[in-house]
Design a protein around this ligand. Structure first.
Ligand SMILES: NC(=O)c1ccc[n+]([C@@H]2O[C@H](COP(=O)([O-])OP(=O)(O)OC[C@H]3O[C@@H](n4cnc5c(N)ncnc54)[C@H](O)[C@@H]3O)[C@@H](O)[C@H]2O)c1
Length: 289
Protein backbone atom coordinates (compact mmCIF):
# COMPACT_ATOMS: atom_id res chain seq x y z
CA UNK A 1 0.00 0.00 0.00
CA UNK A 2 1.28 3.49 -0.87
CA UNK A 3 2.31 5.79 1.98
CA UNK A 4 -0.13 8.47 3.07
CA UNK A 5 2.14 11.18 1.65
CA UNK A 6 3.23 9.34 -1.50
CA UNK A 7 3.87 11.76 -4.35
CA UNK A 8 4.11 14.77 -2.04
CA UNK A 9 7.10 16.99 -1.26
CA UNK A 10 7.59 18.27 2.29
CA UNK A 11 9.83 21.21 3.19
CA UNK A 12 10.60 21.21 6.92
CA UNK A 13 12.57 23.87 8.81
CA UNK A 14 14.59 23.27 11.96
CA UNK A 15 15.47 19.61 11.36
CA UNK A 16 17.48 18.88 14.50
CA UNK A 17 17.43 15.27 15.78
CA UNK A 18 14.59 16.19 18.09
CA UNK A 19 11.11 17.27 16.96
CA UNK A 20 11.38 18.36 13.33
CA UNK A 21 13.97 15.69 12.54
CA UNK A 22 11.35 13.25 13.88
CA UNK A 23 8.63 14.86 11.75
CA UNK A 24 10.92 14.73 8.69
CA UNK A 25 11.61 11.02 9.20
CA UNK A 26 7.93 10.36 9.94
CA UNK A 27 6.85 12.07 6.72
CA UNK A 28 9.53 10.22 4.74
CA UNK A 29 8.20 6.91 6.16
CA UNK A 30 4.87 7.90 4.57
CA UNK A 31 6.79 8.36 1.29
CA UNK A 32 7.04 12.15 1.15
CA UNK A 33 10.17 13.52 -0.48
CA UNK A 34 11.73 15.81 2.10
CA UNK A 35 13.68 19.07 1.98
CA UNK A 36 15.45 19.35 5.35
CA UNK A 37 16.22 22.99 6.14
CA UNK A 38 18.40 24.22 8.99
CA UNK A 39 20.90 26.99 9.72
CA UNK A 40 23.08 24.31 11.32
CA UNK A 41 24.65 22.49 8.33
CA UNK A 42 24.98 19.16 10.18
CA UNK A 43 21.26 19.08 11.05
CA UNK A 44 20.20 19.82 7.47
CA UNK A 45 22.55 17.23 5.96
CA UNK A 46 22.28 14.52 8.64
CA UNK A 47 18.50 14.58 8.57
CA UNK A 48 18.49 14.21 4.78
CA UNK A 49 21.19 11.52 4.88
CA UNK A 50 19.23 9.50 7.44
CA UNK A 51 16.12 9.57 5.23
CA UNK A 52 18.11 8.54 2.15
CA UNK A 53 19.83 5.77 4.11
CA UNK A 54 16.40 4.38 4.99
CA UNK A 55 15.39 4.30 1.33
CA UNK A 56 13.63 7.68 1.11
CA UNK A 57 14.34 10.78 -0.95
CA UNK A 58 15.65 13.95 0.70
CA UNK A 59 18.02 16.86 0.39
CA UNK A 60 19.51 19.04 3.09
CA UNK A 61 19.58 22.80 2.58
CA UNK A 62 21.43 25.22 4.83
CA UNK A 63 19.32 28.35 5.26
CA UNK A 64 18.68 31.09 7.78
CA UNK A 65 14.89 31.33 7.88
CA UNK A 66 15.07 35.07 8.61
CA UNK A 67 16.99 35.85 5.40
CA UNK A 68 14.56 36.50 2.55
CA UNK A 69 17.06 35.78 -0.26
CA UNK A 70 18.06 32.45 1.34
CA UNK A 71 14.42 31.47 1.83
CA UNK A 72 13.62 32.28 -1.81
CA UNK A 73 16.63 30.20 -2.96
CA UNK A 74 15.66 27.28 -0.71
CA UNK A 75 12.13 27.14 -2.11
CA UNK A 76 13.63 27.33 -5.61
CA UNK A 77 15.96 24.39 -4.72
CA UNK A 78 12.88 22.39 -3.69
CA UNK A 79 11.25 23.22 -7.03
CA UNK A 80 14.27 22.33 -9.17
CA UNK A 81 15.03 19.14 -7.20
CA UNK A 82 11.58 17.70 -6.52
CA UNK A 83 9.28 19.76 -8.75
CA UNK A 84 7.55 21.84 -6.07
CA UNK A 85 6.31 21.81 -2.49
CA UNK A 86 3.06 20.29 -1.13
CA UNK A 87 3.77 20.44 2.60
CA UNK A 88 5.54 23.13 4.62
CA UNK A 89 6.40 22.63 8.29
CA UNK A 90 7.66 25.78 10.03
CA UNK A 91 9.59 24.50 13.03
CA UNK A 92 12.87 26.45 13.24
CA UNK A 93 13.37 28.05 16.62
CA UNK A 94 15.91 29.42 19.03
CA UNK A 95 15.33 28.96 22.74
CA UNK A 96 16.35 31.84 24.99
CA UNK A 97 14.63 31.85 28.34
CA UNK A 98 14.75 35.50 29.33
CA UNK A 99 12.13 37.81 30.82
CA UNK A 100 11.04 41.31 29.90
CA UNK A 101 13.32 42.72 32.62
CA UNK A 102 16.55 41.15 31.40
CA UNK A 103 16.20 40.40 27.70
CA UNK A 104 18.14 42.69 25.37
CA UNK A 105 16.45 44.22 22.37
CA UNK A 106 18.87 42.32 20.14
CA UNK A 107 17.93 38.96 21.71
CA UNK A 108 14.20 39.75 21.53
CA UNK A 109 14.49 40.78 17.89
CA UNK A 110 16.44 37.67 16.92
CA UNK A 111 14.21 35.18 18.73
CA UNK A 112 10.94 36.64 17.49
CA UNK A 113 12.44 36.93 13.99
CA UNK A 114 13.31 33.23 13.84
CA UNK A 115 9.84 32.25 15.09
CA UNK A 116 7.64 34.83 13.34
CA UNK A 117 9.61 36.25 10.41
CA UNK A 118 10.98 32.82 9.46
CA UNK A 119 7.46 31.41 9.34
CA UNK A 120 6.19 34.46 7.43
CA UNK A 121 8.95 34.20 4.79
CA UNK A 122 8.68 30.45 4.17
CA UNK A 123 4.89 30.62 4.10
CA UNK A 124 5.02 33.49 1.61
CA UNK A 125 7.38 31.82 -0.88
CA UNK A 126 6.00 28.32 -0.54
CA UNK A 127 2.39 29.53 -0.84
CA UNK A 128 3.27 31.57 -3.94
CA UNK A 129 4.80 28.46 -5.51
CA UNK A 130 1.82 26.29 -4.52
CA UNK A 131 -0.54 28.82 -6.12
CA UNK A 132 1.59 29.11 -9.28
CA UNK A 133 1.58 25.31 -9.63
CA UNK A 134 -2.05 24.86 -8.59
CA UNK A 135 -1.07 22.60 -5.68
CA UNK A 136 -3.57 22.34 -2.83
CA UNK A 137 -0.90 22.18 -0.16
CA UNK A 138 -0.78 21.97 3.60
CA UNK A 139 1.15 24.36 5.84
CA UNK A 140 1.83 23.41 9.45
CA UNK A 141 3.22 25.87 12.00
CA UNK A 142 4.81 24.41 15.12
CA UNK A 143 3.58 26.12 18.28
CA UNK A 144 4.24 25.15 21.91
CA UNK A 145 2.09 24.93 25.01
CA UNK A 146 4.08 28.04 26.04
CA UNK A 147 2.23 29.80 23.21
CA UNK A 148 -1.06 29.06 24.99
CA UNK A 149 0.02 29.85 28.54
CA UNK A 150 2.01 32.52 30.37
CA UNK A 151 5.41 31.06 31.20
CA UNK A 152 7.52 33.51 33.22
CA UNK A 153 10.96 34.50 31.90
CA UNK A 154 10.34 33.17 28.41
CA UNK A 155 8.82 36.28 26.91
CA UNK A 156 10.18 36.13 23.35
CA UNK A 157 9.20 32.50 22.92
CA UNK A 158 5.72 32.84 24.47
CA UNK A 159 5.02 35.93 22.37
CA UNK A 160 6.31 34.45 19.13
CA UNK A 161 4.47 31.17 19.54
CA UNK A 162 1.14 32.75 20.45
CA UNK A 163 1.63 35.10 17.49
CA UNK A 164 1.88 32.05 15.26
CA UNK A 165 -1.53 30.86 16.45
CA UNK A 166 -3.27 33.84 14.92
CA UNK A 167 -0.84 33.99 11.97
CA UNK A 168 -2.14 30.49 11.24
CA UNK A 169 -5.80 31.56 11.33
CA UNK A 170 -5.23 34.71 9.27
CA UNK A 171 -3.23 32.94 6.56
CA UNK A 172 -5.67 30.00 6.55
CA UNK A 173 -8.43 32.45 5.62
CA UNK A 174 -6.26 34.16 2.98
CA UNK A 175 -5.21 30.92 1.28
CA UNK A 176 -8.55 29.10 1.53
CA UNK A 177 -9.56 30.24 -1.95
CA UNK A 178 -6.55 28.36 -3.37
CA UNK A 179 -7.35 25.17 -1.47
CA UNK A 180 -4.20 25.58 0.63
CA UNK A 181 -4.78 24.51 4.24
CA UNK A 182 -2.93 26.19 7.10
CA UNK A 183 -2.93 24.68 10.57
CA UNK A 184 -0.73 24.59 13.61
CA UNK A 185 0.50 21.76 15.78
CA UNK A 186 1.22 22.26 19.46
CA UNK A 187 3.87 20.08 21.09
CA UNK A 188 4.73 20.33 24.76
CA UNK A 189 7.67 19.39 26.98
CA UNK A 190 9.02 16.40 25.10
CA UNK A 191 10.43 13.07 26.26
CA UNK A 192 14.17 13.43 25.53
CA UNK A 193 14.85 9.74 24.83
CA UNK A 194 13.87 9.60 21.18
CA UNK A 195 15.76 12.77 20.25
CA UNK A 196 18.93 11.45 21.91
CA UNK A 197 18.56 8.09 20.15
CA UNK A 198 18.04 9.83 16.80
CA UNK A 199 21.11 11.99 17.46
CA UNK A 200 23.18 8.89 18.18
CA UNK A 201 21.89 7.30 14.97
CA UNK A 202 22.83 10.45 13.04
CA UNK A 203 26.27 10.45 14.73
CA UNK A 204 25.75 13.82 16.40
CA UNK A 205 25.39 15.21 19.91
CA UNK A 206 22.05 16.43 21.27
CA UNK A 207 20.45 17.08 24.63
CA UNK A 208 21.38 18.11 28.13
CA UNK A 209 21.34 15.58 31.02
CA UNK A 210 19.93 18.30 33.36
CA UNK A 211 16.90 18.56 31.10
CA UNK A 212 16.16 14.86 31.64
CA UNK A 213 15.68 15.51 35.40
CA UNK A 214 13.56 18.61 34.84
CA UNK A 215 11.36 16.80 32.33
CA UNK A 216 10.77 13.97 34.80
CA UNK A 217 9.45 16.55 37.29
CA UNK A 218 7.22 18.08 34.58
CA UNK A 219 5.84 14.68 33.65
CA UNK A 220 4.15 14.39 37.05
CA UNK A 221 1.74 17.22 36.19
CA UNK A 222 0.77 15.80 32.80
CA UNK A 223 -2.79 14.38 32.71
CA UNK A 224 -1.74 11.34 30.64
CA UNK A 225 1.31 10.95 32.93
CA UNK A 226 3.66 10.59 29.94
CA UNK A 227 5.52 13.21 27.94
CA UNK A 228 5.00 13.02 24.17
CA UNK A 229 7.87 12.00 21.88
CA UNK A 230 8.67 13.40 18.43
CA UNK A 231 7.03 10.36 16.79
CA UNK A 232 3.70 11.41 18.33
CA UNK A 233 4.03 14.85 16.73
CA UNK A 234 5.10 13.22 13.45
CA UNK A 235 1.88 11.18 13.31
CA UNK A 236 -0.20 14.31 13.90
CA UNK A 237 1.77 16.25 11.28
CA UNK A 238 1.33 13.42 8.76
CA UNK A 239 -2.42 13.56 9.42
CA UNK A 240 -2.59 17.35 8.94
CA UNK A 241 -0.50 17.08 5.77
CA UNK A 242 -2.49 14.19 4.32
CA UNK A 243 -5.73 14.16 2.38
CA UNK A 244 -7.40 12.70 5.52
CA UNK A 245 -7.38 16.30 6.82
CA UNK A 246 -8.81 17.78 3.60
CA UNK A 247 -11.54 19.71 5.46
CA UNK A 248 -9.30 20.97 8.26
CA UNK A 249 -7.87 24.47 8.07
CA UNK A 250 -7.25 27.29 10.55
CA UNK A 251 -7.09 24.96 13.53
CA UNK A 252 -4.53 24.05 16.16
CA UNK A 253 -3.91 20.39 16.91
CA UNK A 254 -2.52 20.01 20.42
CA UNK A 255 -0.40 16.90 20.97
CA UNK A 256 0.23 17.76 24.59
CA UNK A 257 -1.05 14.78 26.63
CA UNK A 258 -3.78 17.05 28.01
CA UNK A 259 -1.60 19.80 29.49
CA UNK A 260 -3.37 22.88 28.09
CA UNK A 261 -6.82 21.46 28.85
CA UNK A 262 -5.87 20.81 32.49
CA UNK A 263 -7.70 22.87 35.12
CA UNK A 264 -4.84 24.91 36.62
CA UNK A 265 -5.55 23.94 40.26
CA UNK A 266 -5.62 20.19 39.60
CA UNK A 267 -2.71 17.81 39.11
CA UNK A 268 -2.97 14.02 38.82
CA UNK A 269 -1.40 13.80 42.31
CA UNK A 270 -4.17 15.89 43.92
CA UNK A 271 -7.05 13.72 42.62
CA UNK A 272 -7.53 11.99 46.02
CA UNK A 273 -7.56 15.31 47.91
CA UNK A 274 -10.11 16.76 45.53
CA UNK A 275 -12.35 13.70 45.94
CA UNK A 276 -12.18 13.89 49.74
CA UNK A 277 -13.16 17.57 49.70
CA UNK A 278 -15.94 16.92 47.19
CA UNK A 279 -17.42 14.19 49.41
CA UNK A 280 -17.30 16.47 52.49
CA UNK A 281 -18.98 19.33 50.63
CA UNK A 282 -21.62 16.97 49.23
CA UNK A 283 -22.39 15.61 52.74
CA UNK A 284 -22.98 19.19 54.01
CA UNK A 285 -25.29 20.19 51.16
CA UNK A 286 -29.04 20.27 51.82
CA UNK A 287 -30.64 17.02 50.64
CA UNK A 288 -33.58 16.91 48.24
CA UNK A 289 -37.01 16.27 49.84
N1 LIG B 1 11.50 20.61 22.71
C1 LIG B 1 10.32 20.82 23.25
O1 LIG B 1 10.05 20.32 24.34
C2 LIG B 1 9.29 21.64 22.52
C3 LIG B 1 8.07 21.86 23.15
C4 LIG B 1 7.09 22.57 22.50
C5 LIG B 1 7.32 23.05 21.22
N2 LIG B 1 8.53 22.84 20.61
C6 LIG B 1 8.70 23.36 19.27
O2 LIG B 1 9.06 22.31 18.39
C7 LIG B 1 9.97 22.81 17.39
C8 LIG B 1 11.25 21.99 17.44
O3 LIG B 1 11.78 22.02 18.76
P1 LIG B 1 13.10 21.21 19.13
O4 LIG B 1 13.08 20.94 20.56
O5 LIG B 1 13.30 20.09 18.19
O6 LIG B 1 14.18 22.36 18.89
P2 LIG B 1 15.69 22.27 18.43
O7 LIG B 1 16.42 23.40 19.07
O8 LIG B 1 16.22 20.91 18.64
O9 LIG B 1 15.57 22.52 16.87
C9 LIG B 1 15.40 23.79 16.35
C10 LIG B 1 16.21 23.88 15.09
O10 LIG B 1 16.01 25.17 14.50
C11 LIG B 1 17.25 25.54 13.92
N3 LIG B 1 17.31 27.00 13.73
C12 LIG B 1 17.50 27.94 14.67
N4 LIG B 1 17.56 29.16 14.09
C13 LIG B 1 17.39 28.97 12.76
C14 LIG B 1 17.37 29.85 11.64
N5 LIG B 1 17.52 31.17 11.79
N6 LIG B 1 17.20 29.31 10.41
C15 LIG B 1 17.06 27.96 10.25
N7 LIG B 1 17.08 27.09 11.28
C16 LIG B 1 17.25 27.59 12.53
C17 LIG B 1 18.29 25.04 14.90
O11 LIG B 1 19.58 24.93 14.31
C18 LIG B 1 17.71 23.71 15.33
O12 LIG B 1 18.20 22.66 14.56
C19 LIG B 1 10.18 24.26 17.70
O13 LIG B 1 9.30 25.05 16.93
C20 LIG B 1 9.82 24.37 19.17
O14 LIG B 1 9.39 25.65 19.55
C21 LIG B 1 9.52 22.15 21.26
Amino acid sequence: MAGRLAGKVALITGTSPNICGGIAEGMAEEEAKVVCVDIHPDYAQQCAASIVQRGGQAIGVVCDVTDEAQVRETVERARTTFGGVDILVNGAVIFNQKGVLDMSLEEWTRQTAVILTGTFLFTKYVARLMIAQGRKGSIINIISTAGHQGQPRNVGYCTGKSGLLNFTRSVAMELAEYGIRVNSLTPTATDPQEGMERAARWGTAYGDPRLVRLLEEMRKGVPLQRLPSPRHYARAAVFLASDDAEMITGTDLRVDAGTVARYWAWTPQTTGLWQGIAETLASRSPKDG
